[in-house]
Ligand binder design. Structure first.
Ligand SMILES: *[C@@H]1O[C@H](CO)[C@@H](O)[C@H](O)[C@H]1NC(C)=O
Ligand SMILES: *[C@@H]1O[C@H](CO)[C@@H](O)[C@H](O)[C@H]1NC(C)=O
Length: 425
């Protein structure tokens, strides 16, 4: 009896232990699964789950702010703006100094800007701002629409300062891909003080007569690549401003618009520095200029190491332009200092122009140096015209059509008027 009892107790204890152990196993496995599921969903933040209506009328700003606040806390999270809805969003900043890196802003729906003056504080510089982020991506098939026509046509009590539609500031590792930005109030897409920027497969679209609607504007930014994009707007398709270096633009279609421009630089006696810019495999149709460098009288600094290659133009007013007498809006006078322009290379630029094939208006005190022309063939689609040069020095690498007799050979120094310190960057 006693032995059986003892065996029974041992058996019961063993079974109890096994049951306990296996249930503990089950339990922890379950907890693991649930935890994983929770983790997966908690990295995705859909604005609809934060109260956005997406009907194009209700103000969805708060929902966007709340979704961002949640996404910001988690590394590699995704904020979702879903397709099939139109979100009205007031000026907003997706601000990041305390956000985790690698956030994705998945834009598949449409975001529209308010058009009532009450939605805009005076002097609001941008509508949608992403600032101080480390690795930020905007991607998707969605649309950002500035509804800019109310701003273009002498506005209904709207502020004088027109906002940029989408602006990135002080961020590293920025990617913008897939989306369309249209009818911006002013510039469509701006990068200021950013590094490692990639823009590809995007569309910019606004009418050719919409004022100051630059496509992509770069300022104080380095290591930027823009490619495989179609840019149609009322000002420069791409505008490269002071503080930019290592910029590559390729496989871009521009037009209508004012072309691809470096500048304007040196306004109001400022120092400007731009270097290492390549624009290649790009087409321009029905634009004011093709590839252009524009500087104001009285500036300092330099533009150097610029390469324009494989540029196809059609019906472009002036395909190749350097203008060191840029003056937007009248009353400018000549000054002794200028932004130095040197090492500017044009290779394989072809197509048709409507005003002048080439225009090199360089500074009296600081002539352009190191302009090279290689395989250029520009034909008049209306009246033919000869190239214009003033204080332009460089070299013809091949026969050029039309012939360029005005480019001076060799190199010209400033004759001591401008110290090298002034033009150093
Ligand atoms: C421009 O490119 C040259 C050659 O690739 C490089 O040595 C130089 O550091 C670059 N300049 C800037 C400002 O990045
Ligand atoms: C400035 O200088 C250029 C080149 O010498 C000259 O053609 C132009 O008339 C001058 N402009 C003024 C406003 O003096």
């Amino acid at each position: 009896m006693k032995t059986i009892n003892l065996n029974t107790i041992t058996l019961i204890i063993t079974i109890a232990f096994l049951v306990l152990f296996s249930s503990f196993e089950n339990c922890s496995a379950l907890r693991g699964n649930r935890w994983r599921k929770l983790k997966a969903s908690s990295t995705t933040f859909n604005v609809l789950d934060f109260g956005a209506k997406g009907d194009g009328h209700a103000d969805d700003t708060k929902a966007f702010e709340d979704a961002w606040a949640a996404a910001c806390k988690i590394e590699a999270s995704t904020m979702v703006v879903p397709s099939g809805s139109v979100f009205l969003v007031k000026p907003i900043s997706f601000s990041g100094p305390n956000c985790q890196p690698n956030i994705v802003f998945q834009l598949d729906g449409k975001i529209i800007a308010p058009t009532s003056s009450s939605s805009w504080g005076s002097g609001t510089l941008q509508w949608l701002e992403f600032t101080k982020l480390n690795k930020i991506t905007i991607k998707g098939k969605g649309v950002i629409d500035g509804q800019g026509s109310v701003w273009w046509n002498g506005n209904g009590g709207l502020p004088k300062t027109k906002p940029t539609a989408l602006r990135f500031y002080g961020s590293n590792g920025v990617t913008v891909t897939g989306i369309t930005i249209q009818n911006s109030q002013q510039t469509h897409l701006k990068f200021d003080s950013c590094t490692n920027v990639q823009v590809f497969d995007i569309t910019v679209s606004s009418p050719g007569d919409s004022p100051n609607t630059d496509g992509i504007h770069l300022q104080n930014s380095q290591d930027v690549v823009i490619y495989s994009s179609t840019l149609a707007c009322g000002d420069d398709c791409v505008s490269i401003q002071t503080g930019c270096s290592n910029i590559l633009v390729h496989n871009v279609n521009c037009g209508p618009g004012h072309g691809i421009s470096i500048g304007s630089l040196g306004k109001e006696n400022t120092r400007a520095c731009v270097s290492n810019v390549t624009v290649r495999d790009t087409t321009l149709h029905n634009t004011l200029t093709g590839v252009r460098i524009k500087t104001w009288q009285g500036g300092s600094g330099s533009v150097q190491n610029i390469m324009f290659s494989n540029i196809q133009v059609s019906e472009v007013e002036t395909p190749i332009t350097i203008d060191q007498y840029y003056c937007d809006g009248g009353r400018c006078h000549n000054e002794t200092s200028a932004v130095a322009v040197s090492s500017i290379h044009y290779t394989n630029v072809k197509g048709t122009y409507t005003k002048k094939p080439m225009y090199f208006a360089c500074s009296d005190s600081l002539p352009c140096n190191g302009i090279t022309l290689d395989t250029i063939k520009l034909e008049a689609s209306q009246r033919s015209n000869v190239p214009f040069c003033w204080k332009a020095f460089g070299e013809l690498k091949t026969e050029i059509v039309p012939p360029v007799d005005c480019l001076q050979r060799g190199k010209q120094s400033s004759g001591g008027i401008i110290s090298s310190k002034e033009s150093s960057c």
